[in-house]
Design a protein around this ligand. Structure first.
Ligand code: NAP
Ligand code: MG
Length: 478
């Protein structure tokens, strides 16, 4: 069992001064795989102070030099990728092959990309008689969740370092192993002391200290809407920049004439990815009434044939959920859906056969869901797809937009042009037309209660800079 008893502060591994421990469990079995001595408030304060001390020097470091460090960190992650993917598969429950491809593949790409963005970024431009400069914002606190732990960390930390900011990272205490590995990699890359700091602690214990600390300039958070809203309110007291990546209830619209089998298959894949613990998961499938029966039958059959099992088995397509609490919450949602009159097309509230030990939930499809019902409105964060029938395109768009969230979406049609026309009516941060792939360089974030700000690509760096306009005496026209 791994013991995590130190934080990485000011370029050193320092013993945690907290007096509480937390156990990290294996999602597939419930077995304890690591024990964390949680960071104290004093540890959190020390981390912020270390980041503050390093801020001026890091901001003044030439972008190319920052880029070299960032590239070295990417290489370091690549070298340890398999072991880290194994840790994440155990903590979070994602099948190992997918964990390798997504949980590690995305971070490696992100660090490589931010090495380029650090140099290519529009640090300064001229507007009339002004020099408009992008200036590192200072000290960043990054608070991240457990579902794609290293990806969510990298989206913030690599972008902040590229932008010339120093960082204090507080990862989710349920899945901290990849964060510890990253700190070791950063240490080996020889980053100047204090540029990156890690505190492994509980959000409810040290979160407020980090968010309210006067030496913190930016708070970048990914997680639940409830905690995001709490953090934004706290940060407002000292007028900090805040970016929030929150939940979603994303819809796919199948238009008449689309390939029903292809659209249904891709929607289920998105919904069940990481056992539904994906903020951009497509969890509502909007289908023309006349095709409802066909799509319901397709979805039922595909969901029932999804191989659920231990994430370390090569045959597994869907693993368990991260914790007993998440499993219970999802099971309760399924029960609520049935009580609200939804039609059970696949899965259900009982544990999958033979998998009673870990935190498993059956891949579930609920049909004839009322868009205004609990299951039509709330983020479930589990493998539960709801199918909603609609009469015409206007109604489909209204249903898709009729939730408090606006993170992602998808449109399926017989032509890309027709799908694009509907995509442009959707109020969401990223929309896929006819199954187009995810693009890590495009801005990522949400409308409405899905958040504030954008991550990824050069857009991600914008969250970590301040704009400064310097007016120069007008030059005579040439
Ligand atoms: P969460 O409670 O929002 O946790 C996210 C991060 O915030 C964790 O690092 C957490 O630390 C920290 N945190 C908790 N309380 C805090 C506070 N008062 N101040 C500062 N930071 C604090 O999310 P969760 O408990 O992991 O999951 C709950 C629900 O959130 C899920 O069911 C899902 O709906 C949603 N969620 C969404 C996303 C997404 O990507 N949009 C990701 C994860 C979860 P600790 O882990 O130490 O508590
Ligand atoms: Mg929590």
């Amino acid at each position: 069992m791994q013991q995590i008893s130190r934080n990485y502060i000011g370029g050193q591994w320092r013993d945690s001064t907290g007096n509480r421990t937390r156990q990290v469990t294996e999602a597939a079995t419930g077995a304890v795989i690591a024990e964390v001595r949680l960071a104290s408030v004093a540890d959190a304060q020390a981390a912020v102070e270390a980041a503050r001390q390093a801020a001026e020097g890091w901001a003044a470091t030439p972008p190319q030099q920052r880029a070299d460090y960032i590239a070295a960190i990417g290489t370091g992650i690549k070298e340890r990728a398999e072991a880290i993917a194994g840790d994440i598969a155990r903590e979070v429950g994602m099948p190992i092959k997918l964990a390798n491809r997504i949980q590690l593949g995305l971070p490696i790409m992100a660090w490589e990309a931010y090495a380029r963005h650090a140099v290519a970024f529009a640090w300064q431009e001229e507007v009339g008689n002004s020099l408009v400069q992008r200036v590192p914002a200072g000290v960043v606190v990054a608070i991240t969740p457990w579902n794609y732990p290293l990806h969510q960390i990298s989206a913030k930390v690599a972008a902040a370092l590229a932008a010339g900011c120093t960082v204090v990272l507080k990862p989710a205490d349920m899945a901290p192993l990849s964060a510890v590995a990253l700190a070791e990699i950063i240490d080996a890359a020889g980053l100047p002391a204090g540029v990156f700091n890690l505190v492994v602690g509980s959000g409810s214990e040290i979160g407020d200290t980090l968010v309210c600390h006067p030496e913190v300039d930016v708070v970048s958070f990914t997680g639940s809407t409830a905690i995001g809203s709490h953090i934004a309110a706290l940060a407002a007291r000292s007028v900090k920049k805040v970016s929030l990546e929150l939940g979603g209830k994303s819809a796919a619209i199948i238009l008449d004439g689309a390939d029903l089998a292809q659209a249904t298959k891709a929607t289920l894949a998105s919904c069940f990815l990481n056992s539904g613990q994906t903020c951009t998961a497509i969890t509502r499938l909007l289908v023309p009434s006349k095709h409802y029966a066909t799509v319901a039958a397709l979805a039922a059959e595909m969901a029932a044939s999804t191989v659920v099992g231990n994430p370390l088995d090569a045959a597994t397509r869907m693993g368990p959920l991260v914790s007993a609490q998440q499993r219970d919450s999802v099971v309760n949602y399924i029960k609520t859906g049935l009580a609200e009159g939804a039609e059970l097309l696949a899965g259900g509230p009982d544990a999958p056969e033979g998998l009673e030990a870990g935190f498993y939930v059956r891949p579930t499809v609920l049909g004839r869901v009322d868009p205004g019902s609990t299951l039509g409105q709330e983020e479930i964060f589990g493998p539960v797809l709801v199918i909603i029938a609609y009469e015409d395109e206007d109604q489909a768009v209204a249903i898709a937009n009729g939730v408090p969230y606006g993170l992602a979406g998808a449109v399926w049609a017989d032509s890309d042009e027709r799908a694009l026309a509907v995509a442009q009516r959707m109020r969401a941060g990223q929309i896929d037309v006819n199954g187009a792939p995810f693009n890590l360089q495009a801005p990522f974030g949400g409308f409405g209660q899905s958040g504030v700000g954008r991550e990824n690509g050069r857009y991600g760096m914008e969250e970590f800079v301040e704009l400064r306009s310097i007016q120069m005496p007008r030059r005579a026209p040439a």
